[in-house]
Design a protein around this ligand. Sequence first.
Ligand SMILES: Nc1ncnc2c1ncn2[C@@H]1O[C@H](COP(=O)(O)OP(=O)(O)OP(=O)(O)O)[C@@H](O)[C@H]1O
Length: 437
Amino acid sequence: MSRPGERRRAARILACCALLTLAASVAVVLLAVVEAGPLIVLSGLVGIVGLAVGLWWLVACRGALRVCGAVLAVGAPAGVLVHYIGVGVWIHALVALGLDGVAVLFGWGAVRATGKAYVMRGRAAPPPRRPVLIMNPKSGGAKVGRFGLVERAEQLGAQVHLLDTRAGTDVEALARTAVADGADLLGVAGGDGTQALVAAVAAEHDLPFLVISAGTRNHFAMDLGLDRADPVRCLDALTDGEELRVDLGSVNGRPFVNTVSFGVYADIVQRPEYRAAKTETALGLLPELLEEASGRVDATAGQKRLVGQQAVLVSNNPYATQDPLAGGRRPGLDRGKLGVIGLRVENAAQAADLAVRGERAPGLTVQTARRVEITAGADTLPVAVDGEALALSPPVVCTVRRHALRVLVPRVRPGSVAPSSPLNWRWITALALGRAR
Ligand SMILES: Nc1ncnc2c1ncn2[C@@H]1O[C@H](COP(=O)(O)OP(=O)(O)OP(=O)(O)O)[C@@H](O)[C@H]1O
């Protein structure tokens, strides 16, 4: 489907389907209200509030209140379900939820058909002649060995350096030596922290950088649209690649590709016991960390001041926070902006407010900025940079360098591209009526 006329027609059909499905969902809810009375709407709302309050008590309190929180967090949604079963509308609820999901899918289909979905555009790039790849044999549960990455990379003409995980390797120095020896591409098979360090050296020398999804989380690879299930596919870039220009973050001069966290999360990941027992460690520390004034940070994001935040997340390009289909993803890595999410929740009422009103609640700030400065009362601040635990001296300044990094990616990438902004139903309606520009 390449011609504009055909695309427009397809977009209009999909927009009509989205609106019809949404209307069907509303009709099902109205039918349920007619059959069972308006109390079911109130019941749903009470369920959401109960869940939020329960979760707050679970994470922020200890002892009996924590137990009550766990019971409430499970009991509130279960209570709603029992109520809906009792009055015979649970099928309505399920069908309405399902229809909402389908409506959103049609909506995004319409957006994509118009070509309005944000896509990072690659440009043709010649294959590298002297690629050097740094591989971490331990990352991602030994993916380098399991997927035979060394052998495959060497078959494709790359020189491979394995990290010495016993002694520890200075990856930055290794990358600099490779450049001095004539590498015309640097690449990493490993975690995002290692990716960032080598990416910065590549950016400094204006060399292309190759990301191989051999880490545990591979968030950078995910938002580049790379295959996270099979890291071998990332090596296709060496023979059939294209180049993306993406942004590189910097926190007090140290590079980052994904996120920098301040506040409770950064504090928790500093603890040595965290790696082995994530949930237990978090639950053990959260009540004090959420309460303590000393752990709070202030942030200045562009013109906006965020005071006394329990957690601040700064990301290399903003996350699609409102998209149900794109949650936890960045639609583009090339917009020259930092995403900023600040959280300040003092009590159960504010947690409930957050659950009901989302981004409109005062406890949550979501915005973008080109520079973010974090200050705190303490001399050193725990900071998680791409998941790595560090301690930095405040003020901590995060900036982003637009298009600083050339990333060589396979021309054919299976990773889907996340939509760029929340679905705009007014625009979808205009599209369905043939009035959208
Ligand atoms: N520069 C290095 N030199 C030697 N060993 C390293 C180095 N960096 C990491 N390692 C070792 O490799 C292990 C895994 O590394 P890393 O945390 O980067 O990968 P990962 O946990 O799979 O990725 P991520 O959690 O970022 O997705 C570390 O626990 C450490 O033992």
